[in-house]
Design a protein around this ligand. Structure first.
Ligand code: F6P
Length: 364
């Protein structure tokens, strides 16, 4: 019996279950392969007693339509930085990667498929360098991985953000207000840009194009120059004014090193008020709604393609590589290449040009 361990790590996103299902279904067409899952990323493997589940066809039946991940995930810690609480209440981090690899050998695991984002990819690369047979599957709603055209979860997030804009447009119009919607995406403006175009916002502020508040207000004024104006703004959580920084807080959660981006919409509202612009304004932070729920058809299909490909890469022993989508092909690239650079919105790209062509202001 040959064995593949699957782990989902980092923030969840719609489509993770569809990948797991595809791996299991594809493996069931080969003789003597067993798929097991580590609960909560590698935590299940590192815990005593271990938390490992067998993923068979019965277990994965129908899960492609479900959000989240049936094996759980975490974006804290990991094998290279496992948090240990000291007697005085402080925390230290220890490297348990060798122990984890030994455990996998002892369990008779032939290969690992890691479904994760950028942080997980860095971990996968280090594990591969240590000799682990590992394959990566990219996931993130942020769509910020440079080697793949799309990550699954992203299109669903854009749909959710667009529906939010659609709803806010009607209420902005009823009350003659400026409504500001803050969306996720970290340092990439993909979700904001796409939702602003699809939903018909007047202003779109993204990390890649720092904004001048006077230019934003100029655009709002054109909307309010006639009686009973209204306007909708979509702002990325990572947007920043020219010369300013992102709005966020360093997390105090154990094992979570990230700067938590938050407050971009609230800050923008204050900046607009400070110019003397006089209209009612409200902010909505869409938050984790963008990561939850049913994946749309596109993401289910992409996730299924990634899952089938990942298992076939195990058969081909193509370790140390990440499954990617380069239209029209599902192929793979070495981890090293995949982690080199983020995929950000190019300010002079076609999509930004299109948005400007329909009058959307980026505050530049
Ligand atoms: O990377 C996905 C993402 O949802 C980002 O868009 C967001 O900044 C971050 O994760 C939020 O992370 P958490 O769920 O840990 O607060």
């Amino acid at each position: 019996m040959k064995r593949v361990l699957v782990a989902t790590s980092g923030g969840d996103c719609p489509g993770l279950n569809a990948v797991i299902r595809a791996i299991v279904k594809r493996a069931s067409q080969e003789r003597d392969w067993e798929i097991i899952g580590s609960i909560q990323a590698y935590d299940g493997l590192l815990k005593e007693p271990t938390e490992i589940v067998v993923l068979d066809e019965k277990k994965v039946s129908g899960i492609h339509v479900r959000g989240g991940t049936i094996i759980g995930t975490t974006n804290k810690g990991g094998p290279f930085a496992w948090p240990i609480k000291n007697k005085d209440g402080s925390w230290d981090y220890v490297d348990r990667s060798d122990e984890m690899i030994r455990k996998l050998q002892y369990m008779g695991v032939d290969a690992v498929i890691s479904i994760g984002g950028e942080g997980s990819l860095q971990i996968s690369e280090k594990l591969f360098e240590k000799g682990l047979n590992i394959i990566g599957v990219p996931k993130t709603i942020d769509n910020d991985l440079s080697m793949t055209d799309f990550t699954f979860g992203y299109q669903t997030a854009v749909q959710i953000a667009t529906e939010a804009v659609d709803k806010l447009v009607t209420t902005a119009q009823s009350h003659n207000r400026v409504l500001i919607l803050e969306v996720m995406g970290r340092y990439a403006g993909w979700i904001a840009l796409n939702a602003a175009i699809a939903g018909g916002a007047e202003v779109c502020l993204i990390p890649e194009i720092p904004y001048d508040i006077n230019k934003v207000v100029e655009k709002l004024q054109t909307r309010f120059s006639r009686n009973k104006g209204f306007a909708n703004i979509v702002i990325s959580e990572g947007a920043k004014p020219i010369g300013g920084d992102v709005s966020g807080e360093q997390s105090s959660e154990v094992g979570y090193e990230n700067l938590r981006l938050m407050g971009a919409a609230a800050r923008l509202m204050k900046e607009i008020e400070s110019t003397g612009f006089d209209a009612d304004m409200r902010e909505t932070v869409l938050g984790h709604l963008q990561r939850g729920g049913i994946p749309n058809a596109y993401d289910r299909i992409l996730a299924t393609q990634f899952g089938v490909k990942a298992f076939e890469m195990v058969l081909e022993e193509k370790f140390g590589e990440l499954v990617v989508y380069n239209h029209p092909k599902i192929c793979s690239v070495p981890f090293k290449e995949a982690i080199q650079k983020e995929k950000l919105v190019e300010p002079d790209s076609n999509l930004v040009h299109t948005a400007k062509g329909i009058g959307i202001s980026f505050g530049d």
